[in-house]
Unconditional design. Structure first.
Lengths: 319, 274
């Protein structure tokens, strides 16, 4: 790809470039056999995937309730019903909590830790912290949910027991059994689990030569550490932040396992989210068209979140 | 950019202490509890290690989990191997082709990677039930392949982009065809990339819950489902729950501890940072 950007004699440039482009195009062309081997598996899976996505949309405008499929066209009947449901509205509110509180504090704290690691003057700190906060990425939400359920358990759980034993009775809480705050305690698990992941991604975007040089010269100029962070680092790692925010948004939108294993949507449906209600509506209430509709809504939200990210990735990939 | 000043050292140390408590305390309590007897558990001295380590808890938990451990192993390793193979092939195409078709394909793959499973769950269950695949391991393997091969392709493609093309051009001049170039020249160099991709896919499949919950039959139940079941049915028997949780975590955790570098590279490639 470098030929076109190299400087050439004006007279020679055009034919050389044309020849290079022709050669590149010839290299891009695959024979049918090659096409089949390289792309058939990926294509088949993609076709199945998008086929199923369309199928879900089709179910959502059908009239399928009960176990047996019913594809009678019903228009947006189930969407109308969905928007009227108190539970659906509660879910949207809870999902918004997840999107805001699951993402913003995570990014801010991760940025702080990544920065601390960069300016830290103790040797070996970085490897220690990486292992320390990154191990939860190997953990499933079911494992962390099982562990944290016990931490949170109001009566004999770890937090309350420890607080009582050191005489801090007044700080004990009901955690996940209090409908007003339960969602926040679930989000805490998510943040705990994704913090190391976030630090890794931000740290890697610190590591460009240009940025390092800018920071060096800012230090020489005597800029304060906070100014370096806010005025030099943050504006220069916008790409990394965009990626991280997108990944966190999409992960917090998809959260199902934590809710399932820790509270099962309760108390009442205080911690219910769209991803969880979709499964309940489809497989417990057997309102399959309603479930499909919720699935479509989740997809559309995910789509909106992923677009800027995909465009960014696309530009980087084909630059 | 190293700054030596007492204030910053203090800040670093403080951060370290807070993080250590946040990340060591849970796992410490889990390990300690998993080795306690019910009587010791009832004493509620959660921070104190057991005086008499109960390894029987692990034997009991392992007995409960074993069949699903086997299922998860079969499913996760099959999906990992096949995803790495198919992802390598697809990723190579995506990283070496600049046609309009490749560009469209990249967008479709990009959206597919982050597709919430809820958006395809109903048709998938229908397909698996109607074809009877839901009764076999192959049903879950196929489902996970559909969802993970796009990701594996992007991961592998990201790594391939970083491999200089001169080698391939030299092989082309020597008369190698594309398959020879891919399997004999590119893939051997990309072995670390395959390792990273494999670890990411393996962890993802091993830890997956929603599909396993809706598709698995008793014969194909995976380890995550079993753990959720144990948590539900052994209420307040935290020593058993924690032993089971640790067994469930063990395999991916070993990968993380032994092959951490590949893990991190995989995460970064997944964030398209190469």
């Amino acid at each position: 790809m470098s030929i076109s950007s190299e400087r050439q004699e004006p007279g020679i440039a055009a034919p050389v470039e044309r020849r290079a482009r022709r050669r590149r195009r010839a290299r891009d062309r695959l024979s049918f056999g090659e096409f089949l081997v390289f792309l058939a598996p990926l294509l088949i899976f993609l076709i199945l995937l998008y086929g199923m996505l369309i199928w879900t949309f089709y179910v959502s405008v059908a009239d399928w309730r009960g176990v047996a499929p019913n594809y009678t066209f019903a228009g947006f009947k189930w969407y109308d019903m969905m928007f009227d449901l108190a539970r659906f509205r509660q879910d949207v509110v809870n999902n918004l909590k997840w999107l805001v509180i699951g993402v913003i504090p995570t990014v801010v704290v991760a940025l702080f830790i990544a920065y601390i690691l960069e300016i830290g003057s103790i040797r070996g700190v970085e490897n220690y912290v990486r292992t320390l906060i990154l191990y939860p990425v190997a953990m499933s939400f079911i494992v962390s949910g099982t562990i944290w359920s016990w931490m949170y358990q109001p009566d004999r759980g770890v937090f309350n027991t420890i607080l009582r034993s050191i005489g801090l009775e007044q700080f004990t809480g009901r955690f996940i059994t209090n409908p007003d705050t339960a969602t926040y305690w679930l989000i805490t698990i998510f943040i705990w689990q994704y913090l190391g992941f976030s630090v890794i991604i931000l740290q890697s975007s610190f590591r460009t030569t240009e940025l390092q040089e800018m920071i060096e010269s800012a230090i020489v100029d005597g800029a304060s550490r906070l100014r370096i962070l806010l005025q030099i680092i943050v504006p220069n790692i916008r790409g990394g932040i965009l990626i991280l925010v997108s990944l966190l948004l999409i992960s917090s939108l998809k959260v199902f396992d934590i809710v399932y294993v820790v509270t099962f949507g309760g108390p009442g449906f205080a911690t219910d989210v769209l991803a969880f209600y979709m499964v309940v509506a489809t497989f417990q209430q057997h309102l399959v068209s309603l479930g499909a509709g919720i699935g479509v809504i989740i997809f559309l939200l995910a789509f909106i979140i992923v677009i800027p990210y995909t465009i960014y990735a696309f530009r980087k990939w084909f630059e | 950019m190293r700054i030596k000043s007492p204030l910053y050292t203090a800040l670093v140390v403080l951060t370290l202490v807070v993080l250590t408590i946040m990340y060591v305390l849970p796992i410490y309590v889990v390990v300690v509890t998993s080795l306690k007897s019910p009587a010791e558990l009832a004493a509620r001295q959660y921070l104190l290690p057991s005086a008499n380590l109960q390894f029987e808890n692990y034997v009991q938990a392992f007995r409960l989990i074993f069949p699903s451990l086997l299922n998860s192993t079969i499913i996760a390793f099959s999906v990992t191997g096949l995803s790495a193979l198919f992802g390598g092939l697809g990723g190579y195409y995506l990283s070496r082709t600049r046609t309009v078709f490749a560009r469209i394909l990249f967008i479709l793959v990009g959206i597919a990677i982050y597709l919430p499973y809820q958006a395809i769950l109903i048709p998938l269950v229908q397909l698996m039930a109607r074809t009877g695949l839901a009764l076999t391991h192959f049903g879950l393997i196929l489902s996970y392949l559909i969802l993970n091969v796009p990701l594996a392709s992007v991961l592998m493609g990201t790594f391939f982009l970083a491999i200089p093309r001169e080698l391939e051009e030299a092989a082309e001049v020597d008369g190698a065809n594309r398959f020879q170039i891919f399997f004999r020249v590119v893939s051997p160099i990309a072995l670390p990339a395959y390792a990273s991709t494999a670890i990411i896919i393996f962890t993802q499949v091993w830890n997956e819950f929603l599909l396993a919950l809706t598709l698995a039959t008793p014969r194909t139940q995976t380890i995550q489902i079993k753990l959720a079941e144990i948590k539900g049915s052994f209420v307040a028997q935290y020593h058993l729950q924690m032993a089971a949780a640790l067994i469930t975590l063990l395999v991916p955790l070993l990968f993380f501890l032994l092959l951490g570098q590949y893990f991190v590279r995989g995460i970064l490639a997944g964030a398209l940072k190469g």
